[in-house]
Ligand binder design. Structure first.
Ligand SMILES: Cc1ncc(COP(=O)(O)O)c(C=O)c1O
Length: 445
């Protein structure tokens, strides 16, 4: 059993390349903005460089182990280097890393499995990432309806493209239905095409949809928005509003797909959208996503229709990449085993309850909010039902605890939900309770 973080270093921080942790950071600081890989740059006293992952744990270049609750942003539901996933990738590798322009056998097998599993899917189109999947879902919805606008929810994340980067993490409430751009560089012409509503608020959604129905192509929703679960009637209410107003309903299942259930949020909540976007688990940790949906909509991307007015162009060098498809197929084979989701949810509940117990013992007004296999520690009394509720919680206290947890050997990102995988163990549970207890002690003094 690998021991976590606060224990002695296994080596002096020198890697096989003869570089130390500090050497790597010097290089990263000079090559990468903020010495990060994108949206996150951890403070100096907790940052580390990942050398490898094994099961539920990762090791940094100094030899320190962490229990991984980031889980590849939710992609690694089987943890790191699952033997059957590695075997499938190794079998594919000698046949080539990448082809283009013509079908490959692995991608076809994965497409069949996905269409059979995803309730709304009659057809699908492969993409490389979840962002591309939501981007193309929006494009195809516009092509199908001949309308320009998309309604999204405040606090929802649909990836990194211009049509999703509105009111993802606003510091002030949005001026519904106008969203706030979360980044520079978005053309001014995009802003009026993205409408924003508060999540879990059907009355506001209905008002915005009715007022904009002539221009509105679709409503896109994360069925579980970050850590906010839908009210019992919310997703069914969205389905009704979209049907009443002849607008498409799109689920962003990049996180919930194959995590909440085999049939994702569609099965878990019993609501079927017109289109759904996927990423993460479907590629088994490799670069693969897809847009799935009704045949009459997805068929607009049929390349034989090129040149027709509502043809939706979808193309990408890595679409249907055989290595990612092999990893995805091997992952799905594990998830398909009877009882997989029941066991995953029960395990995650146990971890969640144990963490709640630690928070309670320290007398903190904090909850481990979530269900199924992800939750987040929020400094508040009740589970949030909107982005405004999350912002009203003590975000600074949660950040401090998450950073202290990192120091104790729990790999969590500050103010981000944590994912439990099928391979987290009872030793992980014990070590997590001890680490969180220490983290609470250091932040509570
Ligand atoms: C709900 C949701 N949609 C879309 C994306 C974007 O996926 P990717 O990072 O693969 O582009 C993410 C990524 O975290 C996500 O959580």
């Amino acid at each position: 059993m690998t021991q976590i973080h606060s224990l002695p270093l296994e080596n002096d921080g020198v890697t096989e390349d003869g570089l130390t942790h500090d050497d790597y950071y010097r290089i990263a600081e000079s090559c990468l903005p903020g010495a990060g890989l994108g949206g996150y740059s951890l403070p100096k006293d907790v940052r580390f460089i990942i050398a490898k992952g094994e099961g539920s744990r990762i090791q940094d270049v100094r030899g320190r182990w962490y229990i991984d609750y980031v889980g590849g942003a939710g992609a690694l539901v089987l943890g790191h280097s699952h033997p059957n996933v590695i075997k499938a990738v190794q079998a594919q590798l000698p046949k080539g890393l990448h082809y283009f322009g013509t079908l490959n056998d692995v991608a076809i097998r994965l497409a069949k499995e996905l269409v059979e599993a995803i309730p709304c899917a009659e057809r699908l189109i492969f993409t490389t990432t979840g962002s591309e999947a939501t981007f193309y879902a929006m494009r195809i919805a516009r092509a199908f309806t001949g309308r320009n606008k998309i309604l999204k929810f405040e606090g929802a994340y649909h990836g990194n493209h211009d049509y999703s980067a509105f009111s993802m993490f606003p510091s002030k409430p949005s001026d519904y239905p106008s969203g706030r751009a979360d980044t520079g560089g978005i053309p001014n012409t995009v802003q009026p095409t993205v409408l924003v509503s508060p999540y879990n608020d059907l009355a506001t959604v209905e008002k915005i949809v009715k007022e904009n129905r002539a221009d509105l192509a679709a409503v896109i929703v994360e069925p579980v928005q970050r850590i906010i679960f839908p009210r019992p009637d919310f997703l069914a209410g969205l389905r009704r509003i979209c049907d009443d107003n002849d607008v498409l309903l799109m689920f962003d299942e990049v996180v919930t797909g194959f995590r909440l259930a085999w049939g994702g949020a569609q099965e878990y909540f019993g609501v079927i959208p017109d289109l759904a976007s996927y990423g993460k688990i479907v590629g088994g940790g490799g670069p693969l996503g897809c847009v799935a949906g009704r045949a009459e909509i997805i068929d607009l991307a049929n390349p034989r229709n090129r040149g027709k007015p509502n043809y939706a162009y979808i193309n990408g060098t890595l679409h249907g990449n055989p290595i990612a498809a092999a990893a995805g197929l091997a992952t799905l084979a594990e998830l398909k085993r009877p009882g997989f989701y029941k066991a995953l949810h029960e395990k995650a509940d146990e971890f969640c309850r144990a963490c709640q117990g630690v928070l309670d013992r320290h007398g903190l007004t904090a909850i481990a909010a979530g269900e199924a296999s992800f939750w987040q520690i929020l400094f508040t009394k009740t589970a949030p039902t909107s982005y405004a509720d999350v912002m009203a919680s003590d975000v600074a206290a949660a950040r401090a605890l998450d950073l202290a947890s990192l120091k104790e050997g729990l790999y969590v990102l500050p103010n981000v939900r944590r994912f439990v995988s099928a391979v987290h163990t009872s030793d992980d549970l014990e070590d997590t309770v001890r680490a969180l207890d220490n983290a609470c002690r250091t932040t509570n003094t």
